[in-house]
Ligand binder design. Sequence first.
Ligand SMILES: *[C@@H]1O[C@H](CO)[C@@H](O)[C@H](O)[C@H]1NC(C)=O
Ligand SMILES: *[C@@H]1O[C@H](CO)[C@@H](O)[C@H](O)[C@H]1NC(C)=O
Ligand SMILES: *[C@@H]1O[C@H](CO)[C@@H](O)[C@H](O)[C@H]1NC(C)=O
Ligand SMILES: *[C@@H]1O[C@H](CO)[C@@H](O)[C@H](O)[C@H]1NC(C)=O
Ligand SMILES: *[C@@H]1O[C@H](CO)[C@@H](O)[C@H](O)[C@H]1NC(C)=O
Ligand SMILES: *[C@@H]1O[C@H](CO)[C@@H](O)[C@H](O)[C@H]1NC(C)=O
Ligand SMILES: *[C@@H]1O[C@H](CO)[C@@H](O)[C@H](O)[C@H]1NC(C)=O
Ligand SMILES: *[C@@H]1O[C@H](CO)[C@@H](O)[C@H](O)[C@H]1NC(C)=O
Ligand SMILES: *[C@@H]1O[C@H](CO)[C@@H](O)[C@H](O)[C@H]1NC(C)=O
Ligand SMILES: *[C@@H]1O[C@H](CO)[C@@H](O)[C@H](O)[C@H]1NC(C)=O
Ligand SMILES: *[C@@H]1O[C@H](CO)[C@@H](O)[C@H](O)[C@H]1NC(C)=O
Length: 503
Amino acid sequence: MKTLRILLALICSVQCKSPNIVFILTDDLDVAMGGMTPLEKTRRLLGDAGATFTNVFASTPICCPSRSTILTGRYQHNTKVLNNTIDGNCSSPAWQQNMEPSSIGAKLQPLGYKTFYAGKYLNMYGFKKAGGVEHVPKGWDSWNALVGNSRYYNYSISRNGKEEKHGDNFTLDYLTNLVANDSVNFINAMKPDSPFFMIVAPPAPHEPWDSDPKYADLYKNLTAPRDNKQWNIHRADAHWVVRNVPNPMSQKSTDWSDNAFRSRWRCLKSVDDLVESIMNALNETDLLDDTYIMFSSDHGYHTGQFSLPYDKRQPYEFDLRIPLLIRGPGVKPNSTIEYTVSTVDFAPTILDLAKQNTKKLFVEDGEFDGMSFSPLLNGSVDTSWRQNILIEYHGEGLNDPATVYGCPGLGPGVSECVPDCVCDDASNNTFACVRRQIFTENLNMTDDLVYCEFQDQENFVEIYDLLQDPAQLKNLRASMDPSKLQDLNLQVIDYCTGIFEGF
Ligand SMILES: *[C@@H]1O[C@H](CO)[C@@H](O)[C@H](O)[C@H]1NC(C)=O
Ligand SMILES: *[C@@H]1O[C@H](CO)[C@@H](O)[C@H](O)[C@H]1NC(C)=O
Ligand SMILES: *[C@@H]1O[C@H](CO)[C@@H](O)[C@H](O)[C@H]1NC(C)=O
Ligand SMILES: *[C@@H]1O[C@H](CO)[C@@H](O)[C@H](O)[C@H]1NC(C)=O
Ligand SMILES: *[C@@H]1O[C@H](CO)[C@@H](O)[C@H](O)[C@H]1NC(C)=O
Ligand SMILES: *[C@@H]1O[C@H](CO)[C@@H](O)[C@H](O)[C@H]1NC(C)=O
Ligand SMILES: *[C@@H]1O[C@H](CO)[C@@H](O)[C@H](O)[C@H]1NC(C)=O
Ligand SMILES: *[C@@H]1O[C@H](CO)[C@@H](O)[C@H](O)[C@H]1NC(C)=O
Ligand SMILES: *[C@@H]1O[C@H](CO)[C@@H](O)[C@H](O)[C@H]1NC(C)=O
Ligand SMILES: *[C@@H]1O[C@H](CO)[C@@H](O)[C@H](O)[C@H]1NC(C)=O
Ligand SMILES: *[C@@H]1O[C@H](CO)[C@@H](O)[C@H](O)[C@H]1NC(C)=O
């Protein structure tokens, strides 16, 4: 019986029914600093049984803008979601009117998909100015979204528009487990003949790092990695924010970043459990062979790299690189895929998988800025795969940081000044970058570059050759071949004409 079902599933995945798709979206999970290490079951269940992408980048290293991009397949300068506030269009009325109705959920629902969302959505979701919990975005049959930014306890969920309040009883309220339970319940209610699409968005490993009590004693002696040339390093030739953070780091900053590092791993253990629960539910309902399961993050993270105590928002590998694991029909088991992928590609890929359509969807049709990576999943070589992606970010700055952080002497225009008044962001930490990777036919990488232009008083430029300098310790802006420099500059202009005045 089981064999017959598998056979049917294989035939049907091509001919009869669209596959199910489960997208697990973590919050702040890096890949460059070992973030996948505690996720042992996830690596086994998804990585060993499917494909692990090794060059995946957030098109913007910040929550709400990145999530908006993931939902729509559009770059930040097209979603117009600039930062995590309503004024920056995070879950704003303008977003709700212009972008949200064409999210990936809204695209799959008319194809016959039952759609499900659980966990963190957009940082301002559910707030009064964002329409309150009654606002249920178009395209979701089962809507179970967290109000506001990541929490583990003491939060509200919008259950299809009705507020459900949660306290801090682990058994009843621990959010990662609640999201897992909701997901399992949804899967158990599905019928084999109707496809479903799920976004499962646990809060981890974002702050405030409340872990499952059974994991609270793990990693007691773990610190942020010291052996990667970046930790506690002063970057004199980097842009304003980075070259101005104190070095060496204070003991308080060091302790803070080490605590962040190990607390993140503890919270990830529950994400690993969530992945296992979902896999078990799919297996027990005989849906596994007909389901794609993807696992990723909205952006990376840093804990002490370049002496930045802890945050994201910088155009370096630790903040930009994210994991991407996928298993499902036709995905080559235990495979590694090196082609360059961006968060703008997630929505077009999901739509492509749903349509069982191996054609690439390009920018030309105006629907997406990204392209489908589904043709790569069976291990195909594609020498025409793109070589450049855009990274962009709008720095956040507060008018009076002294009142917010109690830091005398900090001028306006900086933010994320925790702990010890060390700032990880500023309004002129606004940049557009080209991330370039070129492969030969045998997948030898011949170019691995990042080129960034900052919108600050210096029109600062940073360039790294990752082949020579994987830790990004030497800014090549003064020594780069001028023709290559011009080419990179034109590529930025090409991507983002109109993003910043003056470009
Ligand atoms: C995947 O590869 C690892 C070693 O690289 C091996 O231990 C494991 O058995 C493989 N798993 C599958 C499902 O092929
Ligand atoms: C917010 O988005 C709308 C269009 O959706 C746009 O007109 C407006 O300029 C955006 N706001 C900002 C601050 O970019
Ligand atoms: C949840 O809120 C209650 C009441 O405000 C507070 O006492 C408790 O410490 C909070 N729990 C957590 C984990 O923040
Ligand atoms: C948490 O909820 C469970 C289930 O309702 C209950 O048995 C337990 O006593 C509660 N724990 C606390 C500390 O209130
Ligand atoms: C999730 O489900 C498990 C198993 O039924 C239960 O023990 C746990 O308390 C639930 N957790 C939450 C937060 O609902
Ligand atoms: C952790 O470090 C303390 C001293 O700093 C040491 O006594 C203890 O054995 C270490 N624990 C582990 C599990 O390595
Ligand atoms: C599915 O369940 C079967 C037992 O029913 C087990 O042998 C198999 O390993 C499970 N597969 C996954 C991926 O969990
Ligand atoms: C992958 O699938 C495509 C069509 O979907 C096919 O053209 C290609 O040959 C396949 N590649 C491999 C390595 O199986
Ligand atoms: C977010 O962007 C809006 C629009 O540019 C701006 O008014 C607001 O100050 C920004 N918020 C922060 C914290 O930088
Ligand atoms: C890969 O490319 C590098 C230069 O980009 C070259 O030095 C090296 O010989 C190449 N290796 C192979 C196996 O082609
Ligand atoms: C960046 O902004 C800060 C805070 O407003 C300011 O002090 C600094 O001079 C600016 N740096 C550059 C290079 O624009």
